[in-house]
Write a protein of this length. Structure first.
Length: 278
């Protein structure tokens, strides 16, 4: 077939079904490829690569965040796929892609986001290939930006309505689904920096102490009281910003540690991952 020959509607539809690209893009690709189906797919993929390169410096702060757990509640994954606009984030095809990526991640449990992108998506396409196709079709910067996993005796997950924020949490004991989800919801709402005060990075501790000292000096406190006041402010920071020491959002009379102990006195939180868009 010559490059000027007419491409049949059946061929265009087949390419559209295979790639998900628009009708006109498929027709142009087949015409350019002189009817060679595989070459047309490659043309569409290169279009996506060109769009990706041209929009590489754009901010992609919208998108969808999903969390999933295995049927036995011993593994959890968290995936964030970003777009430039909320309009695209609400696109059904984009949402279906993110859902499929999350399912693949849960099944294959790759080590990191690069390994996730390299996994098969459909046919000969990898997740990264499909992402490139979508970029060409949608015309925005898209990226699988975050991927987190937890393996534990029990895992819980929470996705905040709107799919902009999600949390996964691991526990040492097989506590109830409700308790696990409630603690994941706590982490979503209160954004702790660590599980307990012993887990807070030293640079954060140093920063909080310095802030406390500066505030005390600005308030005109005696120099010999500065460090004591700063330590008091650090203790308040621990209570507000470490998960087990926070007030439990559903019962302010308890800490999260006390709420968990009521469910199982021997249960501990092993880790948590929290991802929010923006």
């Amino acid at each position: 077939m010559s490059s000027t020959a007419t491409v049949s509607a059946a061929e265009v539809n087949r390419l559209r079904q295979t790639t998900g690209a628009g009708m006109m893009d498929c027709k142009k690709a087949l015409t350019e490829a002189s009817g060679d189906f595989d070459k047309a797919i490659e043309i569409l993929r290169k279009k996506g690569q060109k769009v990706a390169a041209s929009r590489a410096e754009r901010d992609a702060k919208e998108g969808i965040v999903l969390a999933k757990t295995t049927a036995d509640s011993k593994k959890a994954i968290l995936v964030s796929v970003n777009s430039e606009t909320d309009f695209v984030a609400r696109n059904e095809e984009f949402a279906a892609f993110v859902e499929n990526v999350a399912k693949i991640a849960l099944e294959k449990f790759p080590a990191n986001v690069e390994a996730l992108k390299a996994l098969p998506y459909a046919g000969s396409l990898t997740i990264n290939d499909k992402l490139t196709e979508l970029i060409g079709k949608i015309g925005e910067k898209l990226d699988v930006s975050r991927y987190e996993t937890i393996s534990a005796e029990k895992v819980g997950a929470y996705i905040h309505p709107g799919n902009k924020l999600a949390v996964i949490v691991g526990f040492t004991k097989n506590i109830s689904d409700e308790t696990a989800r409630n603690i994941a919801m706590q982490a979503a709402a209160m954004a702790p920096v660590s599980i307990d005060k012993n887990d807070v990075p030293q640079e954060i501790i140093d920063r909080e102490l310095e802030i406390g000292r500066e505030l005390a000096r600005k308030e005109g406190k005696p120099e010999n009281m500065i460090d004591k006041i700063a330590q008091g402010k650090l203790n308040k920071f621990y209570a507000e910003s470490t998960l087990v020491n926070q007030e439990y959002i559903r019962d302010a009379k308890k800490t999260v540690a006390q709420y968990l102990a009521d469910a199982d006195k021997d249960a501990k939180i092993t880790s948590f991952k929290r991802v929010a868009l923006g």
